[in-house]
Design a protein around this ligand. Structure first.
Ligand SMILES: *Cc1c(COP(=O)(O)O)cnc(C)c1O
Length: 473
């Protein structure tokens, strides 16, 4: 299986060759050259599998340059009950992504039982083990440089801590993350983890990362790597839980299931699109946004109009506060019939800060099952209260965006699965506002804010971050 760029001007590469990087050299995103197909007979075999076996069945069809034995070992090491242990009461951690039944044909798929209480652990933990495997095998190292407003940074650090050949330099806006998120990251004392608190906002952090990555000589010499949401390894790992969720709520493969996905950079729901393309019987993919509704606007009008960072709202579902959806190009590549010249034409406009209109393709959107909706702070608070009152299930603000929009598309006789992208403990202040009480927190994370913290404060200064990387490698 080779991977090609959505912009059609980079060589096709194998999985291990694209694993450590981000964008393709031509500025595009990687996708498999063709989608493998899982038949009805395949699905019947997969239905009975545990999470790790299911992950192997799917990933082995998309990764052909890691031996089966090694890939199986990496997957078994990743998807263990003791790694995804922050279950709700009554859930079995061995299910890795257990479901919660809310009402008839309405479910939550728990994706946030991993070490940092957000769904990003599902993919990032696998990435950590894959990185270490590839680096040890090639006798190489990488310095991962990233910017985070909270969830990505902690998931990356917990996945990469102590991994051979990997160092992580994670920039975050100083004093702008929640106390819990800050404590999660800064309390890590591992020698290969470097937290950098930047005197600025998230966009300043991201700009610093871009500036360093644009210095090709520095990037090559210091082997700068990325684990941002466009990394193909993350997307492919996320395909697995759509299968797991599908099997959990159906009895046979003739049934279809809809998934509602709290969306930001379109990574999570892009994995749903891929699950559908490889043969999972998905009815609708419900894209749920918050006030930053660039995706909702697209799926309703056919116009993709990224907002500048000045027009991005800071909301109570902050991990969905995006100005443009970095993975969206992957879906559009399929939507335009994999015409890379067309994608180049559309993104020539986007990359200059413009928009594009592909209204004429609206009928095709339905073929791919996509629908969308948005929610705001009032909706979130109300949905959190209703979920508690009706189902006795406390959800976080992002999952609330998903549930709110899911209800707009729920149909008779088609199970609707809402992806739970974070546990409520991660967003305490918003939960206290909604429910008047502090959400339950796993025992071992109580008092995490009191642990000693390791971080370096830095100004918005590209030379300073380069210097810091040089001194610490
Ligand atoms: C990252 C994140 C999202 C958005 O996921 P995308 O893959 O960027 O669409 C939603 N909810 C939470 C809690 C997240 O951390």
């Amino acid at each position: 299986m080779k991977y090609i760029s959505t912009r059609g001007q980079s060589p096709a590469l194998s999985f291990s060759e694209i694993l450590l990087g981000g964008l393709a050299p031509d500025g595009g995103l990687y996708l498999p050259e063709t989608y493998p197909q899982f038949s009805d007979a395949d699905l019947s075999v997969m239905r009975g599998m545990n999470y790790a076996d299911l992950a192997f069945a799917i990933l082995s069809r998309l990764i052909d340059d890691i031996s089966s034995t090694d890939l199986k070992a990496i997957i078994d090491k990743t998807y263990r009950a003791d790694v995804y242990s922050f279950t709700r009461s009554g859930q079995n951690a061995a299910d890795i992504t257990p479901t919660v039944k809310l009402e008839h044909d309405l479910y939550l798929l728990s994706l946030s039982n991993g070490p940092t209480l957000a769904f990003k652990d599902m993919a990032m933990q696998l990435l950590g083990n894959l990185f270490e495997y590839v680096l040890v095998k090639t006798g190489s190292t990488t310095n991962i440089l990233g910017a985070t407003s909270g969830d990505t940074g902690s998931a990356a650090e917990y996945a990469m801590r102590g991994k051979k050949g990997v160092r992580v330099f994670m920039l975050s806006p100083h004093k702008k993350m929640s106390r819990f998120q800050t404590a999660q990251m800064f309390s890590l004392q591992d020698e290969n983890i470097f937290n950098i608190a930047v005197n600025g906002v998230f966009d300043d952090c991201q700009d610093m990362v871009k500036a360093v990555s644009n210095d090709a000589a520095f990037k090559a010499q210091y082997k700068i790597g990325a684990v941002n949401s466009i990394n193909w390894g993350r997307i492919v790992a996320q395909v697995v839980y759509y299968f797991k969720g599908y099997f959990a709520v159906t009895e046979n493969n003739a049934q279809k299931v809809s998934f509602a996905v709290p969306s930001g950079n379109f990574g999570n729901v892009c994995a749903g699109h891929i699950a559908r393309m490889v043969g999972l019987p998905i009815d609708k993919l419900v894209v749920a946004t918050n006030e930053n509704d660039v995706l909702d606007e697209f799926f309703k009008t056919g116009v993709y109009r990224p907002r500048g960072s000045a027009n991005t709202y800071h909301t109570s579902s902050p991990s969905m506060d995006i100005s443009k959806a970095s993975n969206f190009e992957r879906f559009v590549f399929d939507l335009v019939g994999r015409d890379s010249a067309k994608v180049r034409e559309l993104w020539a406009r986007v990359d200059k800060g413009g928009a594009f209109d592909i209204k004429h393709l609206m009928p095709k959107l339905a073929d791919y099952g996509f629908v969308s909706g948005s929610s705001n702070h009032t909706n979130r608070m109300q949905t959190i209260r209703e979920s508690k009152a009706k189902y006795d299930v406390v959800i976080d603000t992002h999952t609330a965006d998903g549930l709110k929009v899911a209800m707009e598309y729920k149909q008779e006789n088609t199970p609707m699965v809402v992806l739970e992208t974070a546990l409520p403990a991660k967003f305490e202040d918003a939960l206290v506002e909604a429910l008047g009480e502090i959400p339950p927190r796993p025992e071992c994370l109580k008092g995490i804010e009191l642990l000693p913290q390791k971080f370096k404060v830095m100004d918005v200064d590209v030379a300073a971050i380069k210097d810091f990387i040089v001194k610490n490698t």
